[in-house]
Design a protein around this ligand. Sequence first.
Ligand SMILES: NC(=O)c1ccc[n+]([C@@H]2O[C@H](COP(=O)([O-])OP(=O)(O)OC[C@H]3O[C@@H](n4cnc5c(N)ncnc54)[C@H](OP(=O)(O)O)[C@@H]3O)[C@@H](O)[C@H]2O)c1
Length: 412
Amino acid sequence: MIKSDSKPTNSEHKTIRTAIAGATGYTGAELVKLIVGHPKAELAAVTSRSYGGQSLDNIFPSMRNIVNIKCEDMKPESLFGRIDCIFLALPHKISMQYAPVFLENNIKVIDLSADFRFKNLSAYEDTYQKHSAPKLLEQAVYGLSEIYKDDIKKANLIGNPGCYPTSFLLPVVPLVREGVIKKHGIISDSKSGVSGAGRSASLTSHYCEVTESFKPYKIGAHRHVPEMEEILSAQTGENINITFVPHLLPMSRGMLTTIYAELSDNIGHKTGHNIEHDSDNTGHDSDNTGHDSDNTGHDGYNTGHNSDNAEDKDGHSGHKGYEAILNILKQYYDNHFFVRILPQGKFPDTAHVRGTNFCDIGFWVDDKSRRVIIVCAIDNILKGAAGQAVQNMNLMFGMDEKTGLELIPGAI
Ligand SMILES: NC(=O)c1ccc[n+]([C@@H]2O[C@H](COP(=O)([O-])OP(=O)(O)OC[C@H]3O[C@@H](n4cnc5c(N)ncnc54)[C@H](OP(=O)(O)O)[C@@H]3O)[C@@H](O)[C@H]2O)c1
């Protein structure tokens, strides 16, 4: 999405002045692209340790004739008065050093690292390292835009979610909250493109190590597990543990997560109608609830069933289970442009969300095993990082969450 009037200056008629720290990394570069194309934000500064004084189009030839802003050293005081918001696209441990000083100077902070994703300090410190700004964890809002929308609108500090957690939590949070799946025994089998590891060279992301290969990694030890468990537990008021297996896909970007969960015993009675959200507790947006119940599950979704065969021999109901899950997902996400619930029999594909902020969700109720299988696809660098960060900026500054993010997926 490049505006026709885009020029190497980032100035006229913009309202929010932003800076991007770590602009030379993968998520930083994607943020540059989004902010330069954003109708209500300007790119006032970009910082880099390694490329100080160099212009971005020199570092990224794809930006030639579009973005020639020069990288500055990261000196917070030189940004005071010049920006309203900073994106910290930096490694964890580095972000926590900078966030406090920007907040003290009335600059909103959106941190893409893990430093402000946790409320539980010991969970963070056990998983990462000692926190140098633990008091800020209380005020930080977890930036899962659709779920914590109301809190994000009031926030000054966002802990932008990890990519794996985004692809897992968006489909699962509504279903555990509404009790249609069992809270325990949930399995997340997830695959990520190699850009998830960042732009720095390493043996594990070396072309020859990755191409024509497909493998799991960090089974039982991935840092995103405590993040996902903390949010699920906060959303349900019950300690929840999950099984998570990440894999490395031989492609540059994209993430596909397959989730297996047991259906609740009483799913046949959960129609998804009249769900009441406790917005104080969850940060849910009240306008994604309370749809006309006549409308749920039947608007354009051909389930391929009719009500006569709704129940199976055991008195369980695949149809009712399907309907209950569909209705809940639709009630949570019908008013959220970026979450697309696919029709029955259709499943997500990373190619359909590539280069966009969309999160596509498809699911199947397996009546024999009493499980639901949910598949979720995102672009790890966009909805999993930079796109969601801009969505959060939009909410924090009172704009439509879609502003500057209406990117159309390519046909291939
Ligand atoms: N990649 C993804 O899919 C993804 C998804 C969700 C969240 N995240 C998170 O987003 C953050 C950025 O990820 P990324 O993939 O963009 O990483 P990246 O490609 O490695 O970029 C990080 C940038 O930060 C700068 N940097 C590195 N070490 C630094 C230090 N010690 N002090 C100051 N600056 C330093 C580097 O730029 P200079 O050398 O030019 O300073 C580097 O280009 C990470 O915390 C990551 O966990 C990434």
